[in-house]
Design a binder for this molecule. Structure first.
Ligand SMILES: [Zn+2]
Length: 242
C-alpha cells in the first residue's frame, strides 16, 4: 500500500473527533471535522464511528467537489468545501450537534451580545442560518451568509459550525460556542439578559485581536489592548513557534 499523504494531519483529525465526543460537544458521528491541505482539504468519512476510524478513513478532497480513495466523505463535505473556498483564513473546521447550540439553533434566533465573549467569533452576535436540508448547496449558502464577518454560526434546526487557523483553535471555538449557548440558555431562564451596547462590543472586538497573546506575539503598540501590567525584570529573548 502506498504511504498515506498527510498522515499526521489525518491522525489529528481523528483525535479531534474523539475529543469532540469525550468533551461532550458531540454525539455519535453526527459531527464532522476537516483540515486544509495544499491540494484542498481532508475530511472525516461518512458514517464511520470515531472509535474505529483509521487514517485511511480520512478522505482527501479538492476544492471542486472531487474526492480520492475508497471512502465517501462526510455528507456535509459541501459546507466544509465552501468555507475553505470562501474564507482563505480557515485552516480547520469543526461541525457539531452540541446540545445547547443545537437547542438554540432550533429557536432560529440570533444570540445577542448578552456576554462579551460572544465577540470570540468576530461579531457582535452569533447568527443562526436559515434552515436547509443537510448536505445541500442551500444549507451551505445559508451557512456562508450567517458566517459573514464571523468564524462561527448556528445552523437553523441543525447544530453549529466554526473554523480556525488549525484544529486546536477550531475545536476550542466549538467548545466556546457551546458554553456561550448554555450560558445564554441559563440567563434567559433566570430573567432577561441585559445586552451590551454596540460601543461596548466594538471595544471588546478590537481588544480580542490581541486576546490570549504573549508579548512576542503582539504587534508593536498593541500591548495597551490587553491592559498589561508592568514587567519588573529584564526580558530574555523568547523563541516561540508562530
Ligand atoms: Zn450536520
Amino acid at each position: 500500500m502506498p504511504k498515506l499523504k498527510y498522515l499526521d494531519l489525518r491522525k489529528k483529525i481523528i483525535s479531534t473527533c474523539l475529543r469532540m465526543n469525550s468533551e461532550g460537544i458531540n454525539q455519535g458521528t453526527s459531527g464532522n471535522v476537516s483540515a486544509r491541505t495544499d491540494e484542498g482539504f481532508l475530511i472525516t468519512a461518512s458514517g464511520i464511528p470515531y472509535a474505529t476510524m483509521k487514517p485511511e478513513h480520512v478522505v482527501e478532497m479538492d476544492l471542486h467537489g472531487g474526492y480520492r480513495g475508497d471512502f465517501l466523505p462526510s455528507t456535509e463535505w459541501r459546507m466544509h468545501m465552501d468555507i475553505f473556498r470562501d474564507r482563505p483564513e480557515a485552516g480547520a473546521i469543526v461541525h457539531t450537534l452540541s446540545i445547547y447550540a443545537t437547542a438554540l439553533a432550533c429557536l432560529r434566533k440570533d444570540i445577542p451580545a448578552f456576554h462579551y465573549m460572544i465577540g470570540v467569533a468576530g461579531g457582535t452576535s452569533l447568527k443562526v442560518s436559515d434552515y436547509a436540508e443537510f448536505g445541500t448547496q442551500e444549507l451551505s449558502n445559508a451557512m456562508l451568509k450567517a458566517l459573514e464577518g464571523r468564524t462561527a454560526c448556528l445552523l437553523g434546526n441543525h447544530g453549529q459550525i466554526c473554523f480556525g487557523p488549525d484544529l486546536y483553535k477550531a475545536i476550542g471555538l466549538a467548545r466556546e460556542i457551546e458554553t456561550l449557548c448554555q450560558q445564554y440558555w441559563a440567563a434567559s431562564l433566570a430573567g432577561n439578559p441585559v445586552e451590551l451596547t454596540g460601543e461596548q462590543m466594538s471595544s471588546v472586538l478590537s481588544r480580542f485581536k490581541t486576546y490570549g497573546k504573549q508579548p512576542d506575539q503582539l504587534r508593536e503598540g498593541a500591548a495597551h489592548a490587553v491592559f498589561a501590567p508592568e514587567r519588573r525584570d529584564v526580558a530574555k529573548t523568547v523563541k516561540r513557534k508562530r
